[in-house]
Design a protein around this ligand. Structure first.
Ligand code: SF4
Length: 350
C-alpha cells in the first residue's frame, strides 16, 4: 500500500471532523451497505440531497434489501418513486435489483466494469459504488469534483475537453487507503466549501496546496468554453400608414418564432448583408418606400437581429392585408418587444 498523497491526507483529516451526516451513509467505523450506497447514488442522480433523504428512508423501510426490491411489483416501485422524476431511473433501478439477484445471487459486484453492466449505472455511479461500498480506489468524478480538481491544479483546458485530464488527476489523487471516505470527502467539499461562487478557501483543507487559492482566481475554474458568437440576421420591417392615419399590423403564423403574435409586417430574416431590393420585394403592398434612418436591434436566444425599417404612406389599404389600427391603439395588441421597438423607431423617425 502506497502512502496517501498530501491532498488525500489533508482531505481525510478534514472529513473526519466535518463529514456530512447523510441517512444513507455508514457511520465512522461501520461497513457501508452496497444496497444503500447503490440506492442513494441512483436517487441522487439529478436530485438534491434534501429531496432524496425522505425517499431513501421510505424505500429502505419498505424494501430493506435488494432481494425485497427485486421482488416488489414494478408499479409499487414507480409509485414510491413519484416525485423523484425521470421514471426511466426507477425502471432501471428495479431491473438492476432483479439483475443483482438473478446474476449475482443478491450480492452486488464490487468492480466498476461489472457494476456498469447493470441497468442505470454509468461511469460515475459505478466508481462511486466501488469506492464507497467496497473501498476500491476508484476515481470518482462528478461536476462538483471536477470543479475542485480544476481549481486545485488551475486546469486551463475548458470543459468538457478537460474531462480526460481531470480524470487522470482524480486517479492520481485517489488514495489506496480509505478511498471510499476520500470519495465522500471530495463530494462533501465540492458540495460545501468549494462552491461555484465565493469558495471558502480560507477554511478549506486544500488551501495550502490549491493552485487557484494561491493565485486567488478560484472562481475562474473550471474554465468553460466561450459560447459561440451568435449570428446576426438581417431583414426589413414595413411601416405602412394609411390615409385615415391607421397603420398596418398582422398576425404571425402559428408555428415558428413568436408564433401567433402580432407584428409589424416584415421580410424574412437572413444572415449576411441585407439585400434591400430582395427584402423590398416581400413588402405587403406596392408603395413608394423610403428607408428610415437607423437600425432596430434585438437579440433572441440564438441570434441577433437587425431590422431596417421602410416606411410608406398609402391612400387606401386593403383590410385583407392585416390589422389596420390607429398608432395609439397598438398597445391593445401586446406586440413582442422586437415589434414595440420597431413601432417606436417608426414613430420617432417616420
Ligand atoms: S482552496 Fe478554495 S478553490 Fe481550492 S479546493 Fe479549497 S475551496 Fe476550492
Amino acid at each position: 500500500m502506497t502512502a496517501p498523497s498530501p491532498h488525500a491526507a489533508l482531505l481525510l483529516d478534514w472529513y473526519d471532523r466535518h463529514r456530512r451526516r447523510l441517512i444513507w451513509r455508514a457511520l465512522p467505523g461501520e461497513r457501508a451497505d452496497p444496497y444503500r450506497v447503490w440506492l442513494s447514488e441512483i436517487m441522487l442522480q439529478q436530485t438534491t440531497v434534501v429531496t432524496v433523504a425522505s425517499y431513501f428512508a421510505e424505500f429502505v423501510a419498505r424494501w430493506p434489501s435488494v432481494e425485497d426490491l427485486a421482488a416488489a411489483p414494478l408499479d409499487d416501485v414507480l409509485v414510491a418513486w413519484a416525485g423523484l422524476g425521470y421514471y426511466a431511473r426507477a425502471r432501471n433501478l428495479h431491473k438492476a435489483a432483479k439483475a443483482v439477484v438473478e446474476r449475482f445471487g443478491g450480492v452486488f459486484p464490487s468492480d466498476e466494469e461489472t457494476l456498469r453492466s447493470l441497468p442505470g449505472i454509468g461511469v460515475y455511479t459505478a466508481a462511486a459504488i466501488a469506492a464507497i461500498a467496497f473501498d476500491r480506489p476508484a476515481a470518482v468524478m462528478d461536476g462538483n469534483i471536477e470543479r475542485v480538481l480544476s481549481r486545485l491544479f488551475r486546469v486551463a483546458t475548458p470543459l468538457p475537453q478537460a474531462k480526460p485530464e481531470l480524470r487522470v488527476l482524480a486517479a492520481q489523487l485517489t488514495p489506496e487507503s480509505r478511498p471510499g471516505d476520500y470519495a465522500q470527502a471530495m463530494m462533501d467539499l465540492g458540495a460545501s466549501l468549494c462552491s461555484p461562487r465565493k469558495p471558502a478557501c480560507a477554511i478549506c483543507p486544500f488551501r495550502a496546496v490549491c493552485a487557484a487559492a494561491k493565485v486567488g482566481d478560484a472562481e475562474t475554474y473550471p474554465v468553460k468554453k466561450p459560447k459561440a458568437d451568435k449570428p446576426t440576421r438581417r431583414g426589413v420591417a414595413f411601416w405602412v400608414m394609411r390615409g385615415d392615419g391607421s397603420v398596418l399590423l398582422r398576425r404571425r403564423p402559428e408555428r415558428g418564432l413568436l408564433g401567433g403574435m402580432v407584428e409589424v409586417p416584415g421580410s424574412v430574416w437572413v444572415e449576411g448583408v441585407l439585400d434591400l431590393a430582395h427584402a423590398r420585394a416581400q413588402a405587403p403592398l406596392v408603395a413608394p418606400w423610403r428607408v428610415l434612418d437607423g437600425i432596430v436591434r434585438h437579440t433572441f436566444t440564438h441570434f441577433h437581429l437587425e431590422l431596417t425599417v421602410l416606411a410608406a404612406t398609402v391612400r387606401l389599404g386593403d383590410a385583407k392585408l392585416g390589422i389596420w389600427t390607429p398608432p395609439d391603439r397598438i398597445g391593445d395588441y401586446a406586440l413582442p418587444t422586437l415589434f414595440t421597438k420597431v413601432v417606436r423607431h417608426a414613430l420617432t423617425r417616420g
